[in-house]
Design a protein around this ligand. Structure first.
Ligand SMILES: Cc1cc2nc3c(=O)[nH]c(=O)nc-3n(C[C@H](O)[C@H](O)[C@H](O)COP(=O)(O)OP(=O)(O)OC[C@H]3O[C@@H](n4cnc5c(N)ncnc54)[C@H](O)[C@@H]3O)c2cc1C
Length: 380
């Protein structure tokens, strides 16, 4: 393999940091561009499934990222009548699920990147890229590379400039994310999700001191997405968990869900990864996990190819199926969870309960957790 190839990476989120680290650990010189004045992550908690956990192990960030996290043994769903409609949602004993604070995960990845020798440039705004491997900066500078990676999020400038866009869609639903103090008697090792009409609330332990709560609803539910948080309206929808909702701080930001579909993830010497390529609603807790697996495998596949463009073609062929399937099931979950007609709520509960009884169905929905494990090798 030719020595010292150079990569330019746009975006310092979870995807950009993962791919940059994995490349640098395989001998590439890597420069990462983040438009913000510092590397930082917005949000509260995050679900990390088996596939992402293996990537963290491979790049040496597992301990730091998950040290304070909560190992989730069961994920339970409840309907509007308070009935449990799912007691072991998408979990089996071989599939780990750890919930962590986003800032802990992002810091662990940033530290791994620095340790691997990635040069990180902040306040560095990328304008686009060319298939020949030129990264174009907003200030007119052009940087040459053997490989350019666009990990610059949903509205990726790299993707647009390479003509890869197919559909970039606001899904007309979203959520607010909150970190609240953990109190004696709060659950550990268990994630709970409550449904009522188009509203969903998740209650997820993320550190010994904090619980992550997400409150999801359609964008048109103005009380649901109101800031400051509307305690009365949410309390009315979910009276059984008022004791959690009352802990939510006043200031909460609305995060809209997006779906990104592309003609391809590659053009010449350039690739897109993460939300730039595979954004999806976080219904399965897999968008970042898929992003991390795809970013990591990009580096491992390229290890086998001198010809970067050929390596990228092999990478996309290998990763695309699982990513597409995960996006498809995430869309389906969103339709059922958020856009289901209220008069048919009991039918929904019955369907979810039935889906939970079928191991093959659950395996299909959570295919990313399983196949990601195969892609990055056996558990350390
Ligand atoms: C409410 C919510 C909950 C979620 N929960 C989960 C979960 O539990 N599990 C899971 O796996 N996923 C979850 N996700 C999805 C996950 O957050 C995203 O898939 C993931 O953060 C995407 O990372 P990224 O690096 O691709 O993109 P981003 O996080 O968007 O990072 C892109 C980076 O690029 C920078 N950038 C953008 N444009 C430029 C430019 N032109 N030049 C330079 N830099 C640029 C940005 O500043 C940013 O730092 C959730 C998402 C939401 C909204």
């Amino acid at each position: 393999m030719s020595a010292s190839r150079h990569a330019e990476v746009a975006g310092g989120g979870l995807a950009g940091l993962t791919v940059a680290t994995a490349l640098a650990q395989r001998g590439w010189s890597v420069r990462l561009h983040e438009r913000g004045s510092q590397l930082r992550e917005i949000g509260a908690g995050i679900f990390l499934w088996e596939n992402a956990l293996r990537v963290l192990e491979q790049i040496g960030a597992f301990e730091q990222a998950t040290g304070l996290g909560d190992a989730i043994e069961s994920w339970r769903l409840f309907d509007e009548r308070g009935r449990p409609i799912q007691d072991d949602w998408m979990k089996d004993s071989a599939t780990r699920l750890i919930t962590v604070k986003r800032t802990e995960l992002h810091q662990a990845l940033a530290e791994a990147a620095r340790k691997a020798g990635v040069e990180i440039r902040t306040k560095s705004l990328v304008a686009g890229a060319t298939p020949e491997g030129h990264l174009q900066m907003e200030d007119g500078e052009v940087l040459e590379a053997d490989l350019v990676v666009g990990a610059d999020g949903v509205y990726s400038a790299v993707r647009r400039s390479l003509g890869l866009d197919l559909v970039v869609r606001d899904l007309a639903d979203g959520c607010m994310r909150h970190l609240v103090p953990r109190q004696p008697g709060d659950l550990s090792g268990e994630a709970l999700e409550y449904w009522n009409g188009g509203r969903r609330v998740g209650i997820v332990p993320v550190t010994p001191d904090e619980v992550y709560i997400y409150t999801c609803c359609p964008s048109k539910d103005l009380e649901g997405r109101q800031q400051p948080f509307n305690y009365a309206s949410w309390g009315e929808s979910f009276p059984d968990i008022r004791h959690y909702l009352d802990r939510i701080p006043d200031e909460s930001r609305w995060a809209a869900f997006h779906d990104v579909r592309t003609h391809s993830w590659i053009n010449g010497r350039c690739a897109i990864v993460g939300d730039a390529a595979t954004a999806m609603a976080p219904n399965l807790g897999q968008a970042a996990c898929v992003a991390m697996v795809n970013g990591f495998s990009l580096a491992t596949v390229l290890e086998q190819y001198d010809d970067v463009a050929a390596g990228l073609r092999a990478w996309e062929a290998r990763q695309r199926g699982v990513s597409d399937a995960t996006q498809k099931y995430s869309r389906l979950y969103g339709k059922v969870g958020t856009r289901w007609p209220r008069p048919l709520a009991d039918v929904r509960s019955a369907l979810i309960w039935l889906a939970g009884r079928s191991e093959s169905w659950q395996h299909r929905v959570n295919v990313a957790a399983h196949s990601g494990a195969d892609l990055v090798g056996p558990r350390n």
